[in-house]
Design a binder for this molecule. Structure first.
Ligand SMILES: [Mg+2]
Length: 233
């Protein structure tokens, strides 16, 4: 029976996606709403795709009701365009991630899932292209909740269905590259591992007081030691 549930963010943590992602959001919004809002400049890091769509359109004066009316179409258009356009040239795995995932998969004390602001269909596609999707039997996605802080409970529930174990507190480890990952871990009394492989520097992450701060995930022994560490040991 695994002791620890480890939840990985996708963008900036497992991999980085080139400009195609922003371009596809802009084009999907243009097609469905007739405007891309502030999608060209809005900060996407650590934010959920559903929230991004709302924020960039509200910035241009569309009402919540107007956005909601076409939201499902916009979401599907984004997913379809992303699947059509994103190629392996657009996606770079972060340093050492494949080796780490193999080590975690082989570890009987650890179960791995996703906790991400991506919609599941586009997020899974980002993982399929570089061949790491199979490491993640379940996950919590933008389809599952309106706020990132609600995602850990969703992931815990899905892990329970697979393992029969309900992970709580520091037995849940959230690994991500922004303060949003840190704060959603804190909201659930989970352990946060912040990693500077996305858009945030080590210094910027440090200010948000993660439980563990790493430059990258390239040393599997270090990462696994931190995952297994309990606050009392
Ligand atoms: Mg991220």
């Amino acid at each position: 029976m695994p002791r620890k549930l480890v939840l990985f963010d996708i963008d900036g943590t497992l991999l980085n996606v080139g400009p195609v992602n922003r371009r596809v959001i802009q084009d999907a919004l243009l097609e469905v709403y007739g405007t891309e809002g502030t999608a060209a400049t809005h900060s996407f890091a650590g934010r959920m795709d559903n929230v991004i769509i709302h924020e960039v359109l509200e910035d241009t004066g569309l009402t919540r009701t107007e956005i909601e009316a076409k939201f499902e179409r916009a979401k599907q258009t984004y997913i379809d365009l992303f699947r059509k356009r994103a190629t392996k040239d657009d996606i770079t795995l972060t340093l050492g991630i494949h080796t780490l995932l193999e080590r975690l998969q082989a570890h009987s004390g650890i179960i791995v899932g996703l906790l991400t602001g991506n919609f599941e269909a586009s997020g899974r596609h980002k993982l399929q292209i570089p061949g790491i999707n199979h490491f993640f039997p379940f996950g919590a996605f933008a389809d599952d909740a309106r706020h990132r802080n609600d995602l850990p409970a969703v992931a815990v529930e899905k892990a329970w269905r697979i393992t029969g174990k309900r992970f709580t507190g520091q037995d849940v480890v959230v690994i991500g590259d922004t303060e949003h990952d840190i704060s959603c871990a804190r909201a659930h009394n989970a352990r946060s591992v912040a990693v500077a492989t996305g858009t945030y520097s080590l210094d910027r992450l440090k200010g948000h007081r993660p439980d563990v701060l790493l430059e990258n995930l390239n040393e599997p022994d270090v990462v696994i030691r931190e995952i297994l560490r309990s606050p009392t040991t």
